[in-house]
Design a protein around this ligand. Structure first.
Ligand code: RAM
Length: 977
């Protein structure tokens, strides 16, 4: 046994006393010492005991108001020991904390179940009822059958499950049809209030609330919860989510007031680009926002009461004279309704509300991560490019709004505009916002310092332009308030290269800015749509950065709701334009690929089951279409979509476009393959076999058609004619691009020898392109991992760290703080590229951030071998040895996985952390199984296995714990050797 595994007490005793001294010792002292030894041995065992750490239900901590009848429970575990595994678990659920503690009248006791499963354990007790509270604890047993303590108490509650549970009506303050199609129409927000009295002692009070439009609720003058832009965005004609809040503490004896402010939001406000919804791009779902809420009060006496939205509520307009997601919010402080949501307020001049027709959509519990504030930013500079026009630089591009602090006279008007970049003369650049006006207005009441934050809008910006100030501002005048969906983002990546570190931060900021209820393309311009192509390409990167179980699950429902009857998934989801038929290869496959990635990260078979019928319909559509052309897509197969052929390798930098049909075929083949895997995961083996059979035929025919004797991709260019109808079709088409080979390798479509030959072409293309990327958004994710897969991470890193145009480094060199939409979004020579800027140019677009999965899966080398990171691989790719240090932690569903390495004097040092219940195959860079040290000691060379990539790794299998390794990498510097 190595010394470090020896009980500390024996080692220490040995150091304190030598054997002679022990013999000389009198018996009582000896017994005392031996006793102490046992105590401390026990102590050591105790320290190695498993502790149940973070516990979630349907990916959320202590969620309120679930409508899932079999919620899934997941826990992580820690232990100071090594090789710790779970051999059994027990879950106990009760409807009060006391019952749980006393283990009496338990709702469900799983009993001790022999199982290593610590994620996605489905509740399996008696049927759950509306409003039910479920307090629970978990106990686990380790590999020696030693029990842990019971975990802390956690809970979930159930929402309103049956239609009959709902007694509320849909209400709104006014019903106005703008009738406006060609000019801006920005109505005021409405204020609704309902006083009610409480005369008994309260046991529990729960608010269930939703709206068409966006709401903010208050109780006795206090905002309820921290969520913004609730209840978020869905296709309201099909599905509306309600939120649940616990108000047990907030109610007071006597009169209480529920208040609500309603804004247009996605329901009746401006959504998406003007062109898509002509003649009007507001009121896409309905005319006037409406509220639907129900406060369930349970008194100690057993009496129950419901306060619901109905015609007894009163409504008024107030200080918010416009509030729109794209256009901004205006507030006239002189119209403030002071204390309007407190009991003392008199609402005699308020009007009665009206009943609203509501929606046919099904009412469901909100399953995602609500939007919340995650950061505040202080200005780093204030400039005055024009007299009276101040520009506040917040140092970072992000999505959110600004808090304003001003003093002045009554009716002074402050106007704030938002932009991502400045013109060379220091003025705000807003051309790329297109139709989004992104303008907030504040009208002062005068006198004291006034502080204001807008509601019901958000902007994508780094700079705030402020006009109307009467005195010189300072850094407290404007504060950036960054918000987005509250996805847990606990992973980290740093390296010895400051540019790469900044780049990774840019990816995270871009993700945060665009994970706004749905994964949007951009937060600034009049678009902000959940483009499927962008989501699928960035999906794995996003999953490394954050836990997206809840967020993605919510979006998959949007994807299903937007799916066409004939099977194709729409180009974006939600799809607020019911008439629009728009789909494209590479985009629509997201409906299968993102669920697959989510399954691989979280082993979530419930999610597959929910989405399976929809995915099957999609696959049938593809299979039927491709059956006419031997189950792949030869040239010109997609003339029916717009633009012709689809979007293809959108925004690539190649001379000729990669033929859309090559990409369409490969994306289709990949979905066949992953559908087979997902089918198997839920026991649908016949379907799995069918998908695999079609896959094999498809790939065979595809290779025969597109690959020539030099093993190059070739196409019949004449098939595309003069390219008319295709996006930038005048450039012509080719098969021979970085994206084509990288995709074939990354999707693992080719047999080994062809893969190597494809790799050779990829390398040549990269060398010929001065080690710069040329891929568009359908190929970019694949590029770096594909190079690593053929043993050329040196080239991958060379591209990654390149600062020439076009590259990621070039963006950083040119002031990027988020990822740009285009490689040429900005160049010093051409600025924002003239007309292109006003057409389509976002500086906060995650698609090209899709490289960042490579930082985790290849550079740090953390990947799952199974689904759910129970069996993992740690395999750092050292590239060209220019990075000398990397430290990454991926917060997996099983707990944190750490890979941190450094290179010093041709020696490689690796530190890893493997969570409990996880087996790691650790690949240590090491030519031909040379010597490896583990925690300072030589590892028996016979126990080492060589890994496949050119025998450049030795593989060790280890269980949970912290380890460090050391190897010689002198001979690995040149991958060509
Ligand atoms: C743009 C979007 C998105 C892309 C589509 C094709 O407007 O921003 O990034 O997927 O077009």
């Amino acid at each position: 046994m190595p010394y470090y595994d020896f009980p500390y007490s024996i080692v220490s005793l040995h150091y304190i006393l030598n054997i002679k001294q022990l013999k000389l010792m009198n018996k009582p002292v000896l017994f005392l010492l031996i006793g102490l030894l046992f105590v401390s041995c026990d102590q050591k065992d105790l320290n190695e005991n498993i502790v149940v750490e973070s516990v979630t239900v349907n990916y959320l901590q202590n969620p309120l108001g679930l409508d899932d009848r079999q919620p899934s429970i997941t826990w992580t575990m820690s232990s100071k020991g090594k090789n710790k595994r779970q051999s059994a678990y027990q879950i106990r659920v009760a409807d009060t904390e006391i019952k749980l503690k006393e283990n009496k009248n338990i709702t469900w006791d799983s009993g001790k179940l022999s199982s290593s499963q610590n994620t996605q354990v489905r509740y399996d007790g008696p049927a759950l009822k509306s409003g039910q509270q479920c307090y629970f604890q978990i106990k686990v047993w380790d590999e020696n059958d030693t029990a842990s303590d019971w975990s802390e108490t956690h809970f979930w509650t159930i929402g309103l499950l049956a239609k009959e549970d709902w007694k509320a009506d849909w209400i709104s303050f006014k019903t106005t049809d703008s009738g406006v199609s060609d000019s801006l129409f920005l109505p005021a927000a409405s204020y609704l209030r309902k006083p009610f009295s409480v005369s008994e002692k309260i046991k529990r009070a729960t608010l269930y609330v939703t709206s068409l439009g966006v709401f903010e609720m208050s109780l006795n003058g206090q905002k309820i919860g921290e969520d913004l832009l609730t209840p978020g965005w869905t296709d309201y004609t099909k599905r509306i989510y309600y939120k649940t809040y616990d108000l047990s503490e907030g109610l007071q004896d006597g009169t209480n007031v529920l208040g609500s402010i309603l804004g247009d939001g996605w329901y009746s406000g401006y959504v998406g680009p003007k062109e898509l919804s002509n003649p009007r791009n507001r009121e896409l779902y309905g005319l006037q926002p409406a509220l639907f809420c129900q406060l369930e009060i349970e008194y100690e006496s057993g009496k129950k009461e419901s306060i619901v939205s109905d015609e007894s509520w009163k409504g008024s307009e107030g200080p918010i004279f416009y509030a729109d997601l794209l256009m901004g919010t205006g507030y006239n402080a002189n119209l403030e309704l002071t204390d309007w949501d407190k009991p003392t307020y008199s609402d005699t001049d308020w009007s009665n509300v009206q009943l609203h027709k509501g929606s046919q959509g099904i009412l469901q519990a909100y399953p995602g991560n609500s939007i919340q504030v995650y950061d505040e930013l202080e200005p780093v500079a204030i400039t005055q490019p024009k007299e009276g026009t101040f520009i506040f630089d917040l140092g970072q591009n992000f999505a959110g709004h600004a808090r304003l602090k001003v003093s002045g006279n009554k009716n002074d008007t402050i106007v704030m505009r938002f932009g991502e970049r400045l013109h060379p003369d220091g003025t705000l650049m807003t051309e790329n916002l297109r139709f989004a006006r992104a303008t907030d207005t504040y009208i002062l009441k005068g006198g004291e310092m006034e502080e204001w934050e807008p509601k019901f809008t958000y902007h994508g910006f780094q700079y705030v332009e402020v006009t109307g100030l009467k005195t010189a501002p300072d850094t407290s005048t404007i504060t950036g308030i960054a918000f987005g969906s509250s996805i847990p983002m606990n992973s980290s990546f740093t390296s010895s290269d400051p540019m790469l570190n900044r780049l990774y931060e840019n990816v995270c900021w871009t993700q945060r800015s665009n994970f706004m209820e749905v994964p949007t393309d951009s937060p600034q311009r009049d678009e902000r749509l959940g483009w499927l192509g962008d989501v699928q390409i960035f999906s794995k990167s996003a999953l490394y950065n954050a836990n997206l179980g809840a967020f993605n699950g919510k979006w998959f429902a949007d994807v299903r709701d937007a799916q066409y009857d004939f099977g194709a998934y729409s180009t974006f989801a939600p799809r607020p334009y019911p008439e629009l038929v728009w789909y494209s290869p590479g985009w629509m496959e997201a409906g299968v690929m993102v669920p697959y990635n989510t399954y691989k990260f979280y082993k979530d078979t419930k999610m597959i089951e929910k989405h399976y019928e929809s995915m099957t319909r999609f696959m049938e559509y593809h299979i039927e279409k491709s059956s006419e052309t031997d189950y792949f897509y030869p040239e010109n197969s997609w003339t029916e979509v717009g633009p012709k052929g689809g979007f293809g390798d959108w925004l690539s930098m190649t001379e000729k476009h990669l033929a859309h049909d090559i990409m369409a075929s490969m994306y289709y083949q990949y979905t066949l393959k992953i559908m087979a895997e997902m089918s198997e995961a839920i026991g649908k083996n016949t379907a799995a076999k069918r998908y695999r059979d079609i896959y094999n035929i498809s790939v065979k025919n595809f290779i025969a058609h597109y690959i020539n004797e030099e093993r190059k991709f070739v196409i019949d260019e004449t098939a595309y004619g003069d390219g008319k109808g295709y996006f930038e079709g005048e450039k012509g088409f080719t098969g021979h691009t970085q994206s084509a080979y990288a995709t074939a390798i990354y999707f693992d479509l080719f047999p080994e020898n062809l893969k190597q030959q494809a790799g050779g072409h990829l390398v040549q293309l990269i060398e010929a392109n001065d080690y710069l990327p040329s891929s568009g958004i359908l190929g970019i994710r694949q590029l770096l991992p594909a190079l690593a897969a053929i043993g050329r991470s040196d080239l991958a890193n060379r591209i990654l760290l390149n600062k020439d145009y076009p590259s990621w480094g070039f963006q950083i060199e040119n002031g990027a703080t988020t990822i740009w939409e285009r490689w040429n979004s900005y160049t010093p020579e051409k600025g924002f590229n003239g007309a292109m800027n006003a057409k389509m140019n976002s500086f906060n677009h995650y698609a090209f951030g899709a490289f960042s999965q490579y930082l985790f899966s290849e550079i740090a080398g953390i990947a799952t071998e199974d689904a759910g990171f129970n069996t993992i691989k740690i395999q750092p790719h050292l590239g060209n040895h220019k990075l000398t240090h990397v430290a990454a932690t991926y917060e997996s569903i099983n707990g944190p996985i750490k890979s941190s390495w450094s290179i010093k004097n041709d020696r490689f040092y690796l530190e890893v952390h493997i969570p409990v219940n996880t087996i790691a195959k650790i690949h240590i860079p090491n030519k031909n199984n040379g010597q490896i040290k583990e925690n300072g000691k030589l590892v028996d060379q016979k126990s080492l296995k060589s890994s496949t990539i050119k025998k450049n790794y030795s593989v060790l299998i280890r269980g949970s714990g912290d380890y460090n390794f050391e190897s010689n990498i002198e001979t690995l510097k040149d991958p060509m050797k």
